[in-house]
Design a protein around this ligand. Structure first.
Ligand code: PEP
Length: 246
């Protein structure tokens, strides 16, 4: 059975006072039937993990370095995230790929580092609007999966997120047919490469998910949850998405 996951990506938002939202969310779901995750900025990982101790909401980082330590000013390692209380890390988000020049090879190296440290990796893929309009979507996603996922990966600690770049933070959402087409193709691509174990890898959709559109997205083929940006910042919004999934 594939786990269902509602994951929030706070991006570069949130200060200590924002942790009250995380606590409110956790209090709303004391016995969830799905996995719930919040990924705050690195400055808040430790404090959020403390606030959420004893609850059913997990904490994750938004990126990690491929090395365990060393001269990499401004970066955090996967081991540091674990030490801070994280169980997950988002890797290869399109904002990292665009803002920091992260290639598929870099994402694959980070994925290896994350799994070696004991984290579950949420590896993100997604096409640009130009690529979709050129009819290249499935080729782009297949190539990103091929390059971003290392051989021999522990599938039990892998999550894949399909996030069309043009849908992130824009209010634009692909049709349910478009989402289903990509998710079905991702499942087939993973199974062809890794075998039957790929059936249980959660496939998340991300891009302008809101309480109002979550249920129909979650009813779409091979959608096992969501990676949510803007609507994860407030418990009042994110709880609607969690409720739609469980
Ligand atoms: C994201 O950042 O992963 C994302 C999907 O953002 P939003 O939900 O705001 O579109």
């Amino acid at each position: 059975m594939t786990r269902k996951l509602a994951a929030g990506n706070w991006k570069m938002n949130g200060v200590k006072a924002s942790l009250a939202e995380a606590k409110t969310l956790a209090d709303m779901f004391p016995t969830p039937t799905i996995d719930i995750l919040l990924c705050p900025p690195a400055t808040l990982v430790t404090a959020m993990a403390d606030v959420l101790t004893g609850t059913k909401v997990s904490v994750g980082g938004q990126d990690c370095h491929m090395n365990t330590s060393g001269a990499h000013t401004g970066d955090v390692s996967a081991q540091m995230l674990v030490d801070a209380g994280a169980d997950y890390v988002i890797l290869g988000h399109s904002e990292r790929r665009a803002d920091h020049g992260e290639t598929d090879a870099i994402v694959a190296a980070k994925t290896v580092a994350a799994l070696e440290a004991g984290l579950t990796a949420i590896v993100c893929v997604g096409e640009t609007l130009a690529q979709r309009e050129a009819g290249e979507t499935l080729d782009v996603i297949r190539a990103q999966l091929a390059g971003s996922l290392p051989d021999g990966i522990d599938l039990s600690r892998l999550v894949v997120a399909y996030e069309p770049v043009w849908a992130i933070g824009t209010g634009k959402v692909p049709t349910l047919e478009q989402i289903g087409e990509v998710h079905d193709d991702m499942r087939a691509t993973l199974t062809a490469r890794f075998g039957g174990g790929a059936d249980t890898v959660p496939l998340l959709y991300g891009g302008s998910v809101k309480p109002s559109n979550a249920a129909e997205i979650f009813a779409t083929s091979n959608v096992d949850g969501a990676l949510v940006g803007g609507a994860s910042l407030k418990a009042a919004d994110f709880s609607g998405i969690v409720s739609a999934l469980q």
